[in-house]
Design a protein around this ligand. Structure first.
Ligand SMILES: Cc1cc2nc3c(=O)[nH]c(=O)nc-3n(C[C@H](O)[C@H](O)[C@H](O)COP(=O)(O)OP(=O)(O)OC[C@H]3O[C@@H](n4cnc5c(N)ncnc54)[C@H](O)[C@@H]3O)c2cc1C
Length: 390
């Protein structure tokens, strides 16, 4: 890198990091502000996680929801490094990679997301499954296949958490397993989807009832073993047999980020200012699940793809502006609503004055997500595949 070249490093190629890199690539860089954009991710593919459930039911294929970075970045000036980041040296502006290489940066975007912590539940680490990554989906499919082929009469699945992920995976599993499925959601609180609009809560409630999904409210999981789950309800413990346990609660930020000498909250998320910069260093931006995001009124935003995608636009602009002596823009969040898949060919959505469920909800969700997929080439390939196969 010449002394004049500025290097932007983006750590993590999820919604936050990849979409920032793609946006940075579109901005008009002048020769005198020559810039290198480097995206680092431990995996070789981007994952459009809102569509991960569709892999369990076979409604979509991996290539549609998880295109390789090499393909997405092929016609851009963004360089991709498939490496795990093992350290960040803030004093020397240096990123340490697993292969012992290091990368210097002028501007840094921290967008490494979050993970599901299995350790908080006894036996969770050993016997609980998570549902966040492509490998999680593959492992779940393999376990389901084995159970389906075992000849056993019932397949009992316990899902911990009655939030979006818990409800969505429960409905997809119920549709896949049919009569054989015995599915229960275990929720610490008194209702499902507690942050959702009433319309979505009611549609979800109906979808769960139709699929005979059992709901355990105000119940805590005390232990998971190879073939059982122990539940605590109003002081009484009950142990029931299960074949699979899926943990959807317990978002955690990696130690790599929460141990940095940067201001963070009690969840380990980095605190950021209105321009999306970390509080302690104007050259470092933090976006997506890894950061504590707020709207203009100071209200906390949930860690969603919607927040990450919107932040990516501002983050790219602010980095460009800071290197081109232009004013930075404070982040303004636009609430676009919420969509929840409720089994095959069924979804609910509330937003922009609309409330839609059933097949129209399913079609709208599909189209919105098609539009949200990264790059026009990928959108086009997926759209063509849907047209040919439907
Ligand atoms: C099953 C599921 C369904 C969801 N559905 C919805 C939905 O319907 N709507 C919605 O708005 N949101 C949804 N979300 C939430 C949404 O996916 C996240 O909020 C979003 O992915 C956050 O984007 P991010 O870029 O911060 O993190 P991620 O998308 O998780 O990306 C982080 C990236 O960082 C990489 N990384 C992490 N650590 C390292 C390291 N040390 N070195 C190198 N690379 C690293 C990872 O490999 C990953 O690619 C869903 C999440 C899940 C799991």
């Amino acid at each position: 890198m010449s002394d004049l070249t500025k290097r932007i490093c983006l750590l993590g190629g999820g919604f936050a990091g990849l979409y920032t890199a793609l946006r940075l690539n579109e901005l008009p860089w002048q020769n005198d502000s020559k810039t290198e954009i480097i995206l680092v991710d431990q995996g070789d593919r981007f994952l459009f996680s809102p569509l991960l459930y569709e892999l369990v039911t076979g409604e979509m294929q991996s290539w549609e929801i998880a295109p390789p970075f090499s393909e997405l970045l092929a016609n851009t000036s963004v360089q991709f490094r498939q490496q795990k980041v093992t350290g960040i040296d803030l004093n020397n502006r240096e990123i340490k990679l697993e292969n012992l290489e290091s990368l210097n940066y002028d501007k840094l975007v921290i967008s490494t997301g979050s993970k599901t912590s299995k350790e908080t539940i006894k036996g969770g680490q050993k016997y609980g499954l998570t549902f966040r990554s492509l490998n999680d989906a593959y492992l779940l499919r393999e376990k389901l296949r084995n159970l389906e082929n075992s000849g056993q009469e019932k397949i009992r699945v316990a899902i911990i958490g009655g939030g979006y992920s818990g409800v969505e995976i429960a409905c997809k599993l119920a549709d896949r397993l049919g009569e054989k499925g015995r599915i229960r959601i275990i929720e610490k609180g008194a209702k499902i989807l507690k942050q959702s609009p009433t319309f979505n809560q009611e549609s979800a409630q109906k979808a769960l009832e139709i699929r005979k999904i059992w709901l355990d409210f105000e119940t805590e999981v005390t232990e998971i073993t190879q073939d059982s789950i122990s539940l605590l309800y109003k002081g009484e413990e009950d142990t029931i047999p299960v074949d699979l346990v899926i943990i959807t609660v317990g978002n955690q930020i990696s130690d790599l980020i929460s141990d940095l000498p940067l201001t963070n909250n009690d969840k380990g998320q980095l605190k950021i200012n209105d321009n999306l910069q970390v509080l302690d260093n104007r050259n470092i931006y933090a976006i997506g699940d890894v950061a504590e995001a707020k709207d203009e009124t100071g209200k906390m935003l949930p860690p969603t793809a919607q927040t990450a995608i919107q932040q990516a636009d501002y983050c790219a602009w602010n980095i460009w502006a800071s290197l081109n002596k232009r004013p930075l823009l404070p982040f303004k969040y636009q609430p676009l609503g919420e969509m929840i898949t409720l089994g095959k060919d069924n979804a609910t959505l509330t937003g922009l004055g609309l409330e839609i469920e059933g097949i129209p909800g399913y079609l709208t969700r599909r189209l919105v997500y098609l539009y949200r997929l990264p790059t026009w080439e990928h959108k086009f390939k997926v759209a063509l595949n849907w047209i040919i196969n439907n």
